[in-house]
Design a protein around this ligand. Structure first.
Ligand code: ADP
Length: 277
């Protein structure tokens, strides 16, 4: 009799605990949703004045002759761009958390896009006086025109190539692009971004794609960054039905490999038609 009563009591208490847990879980989810919403709102609000600062800075830049003043105004421009990049990362991260990151479709030339990313990032080499060879390699069987979200493809490449340049003192940063498979309109591309930089210790590799993780917190101040770049990159790659992985050796360098699915653009065919006809 007593034993049955004990079992009943402990079952009641288990049920009560499970109900409490359920409520706590719902509250945690709701507070997570509010946090994502708050981050998204704040990022949005901060972007508007930053864009105004950037716009007027560019207007002022045109009329400045004094070299010292030019330096000041260029620094304002660079800092505003850095802030916009951070805000952009936070906004993307909150969209990912809320499951609201969606892709667009447009026609684009991948080779031109990669050349452009290299061109823009090579400015960092000049300002930081680094000697790194930047080598994009496009295998000859890879088509040039695709349909996909070119802004997000650009973001993936900018993050990975930007990191490769950031963490490399000398040597080279290569990007190898090749065709992995193609089936009717669907194309799978493979990318490798290979650097000869500081590398990542093996025990820290698993943390790379987790939010806010920077391998060495003492390098945070040295190199800057939010620790969100790779999280966003991984999510974007997965949205494009791909995978990302990394292999690295300290003081030798790192290789980030990823695949993405894109659609073949009919501009491939068009570009083979002679222009005169
Ligand atoms: P952050 O914006 O802070 O650089 P990321 O998510 O892009 O954030 O990268 C997280 C961390 O991973 C970096 O702070 C760095 O410690 C490490 N990391 C990323 N790419 C490389 C690389 N190519 N070489 C060495 N370390 C890297």
């Amino acid at each position: 009799e007593q034993a049955t009563e004990d079992i009943r009591r402990s079952m009641d208490s288990m049920e009560e605990k499970s109900a409490q847990l359920h409520i706590a879980n719902r509250e945690a989810m709701e507070s997570n949703r509010l946090k994502s919403q708050f981050l998204a709102n704040i990022s949005h609000e901060v972007r508007t004045p930053l864009n105004a600062i950037l716009g007027y800075t560019k207007t002022l830049q045109k009329d400045i002759e004094d070299t010292q003043h030019r330096l000041y105004i260029d620094t304002i421009e660079q800092s505003t761009n850095s802030l916009l990049a951070i805000i952009g990362d936070i906004l993307d991260f909150s969209k990912i958390e809320a499951g609201k990151l969606s892709l667009e479709n447009n026609h684009f030339n991948l080779k031109a896009l990669i050349d452009d990313v290299y061109q823009i990032l090579s400015i960092n080499l000049l300002t930081k006086e680094k000697q790194i060879d930047l080598v994009p390699e496009f295998s000859s069987d890879t088509p040039e025109w695709f349909v996909g979200d070119s802004t997000r493809v650009r973001q993936i490449l900018t993050n990975l190539i930007g990191n490769a340049i950031k963490f490399t003192h000398q040597g080279a940063v290569r990007t190898k692009v090749s065709l992995l498979s193609s089936h009717q309109q669907d194309v799978t591309l493979s990318f490798q971004i290979i650097d000869t930089g500081i590398g990542i210790p093996e025990q820290k590799i698993h943390r790379l794609f987790k939010p806010f993780s920077q391998v060495d917190t003492s390098t945070t101040r040295q190199f800057g960054g939010t620790g969100l770049g790779l999280v966003i990159t991984k999510k974007l790659v997965e949205q494009m039905h791909g995978k990302i992985e990394v292999s690295s050796a300290p003081d030798i360098g790192s290789t980030f490999r990823f695949t993405i699915n894109l659609k073949n653009s009919n501009k491939n065919a068009q570009s083979k038609v002679p222009l005169d006809f």
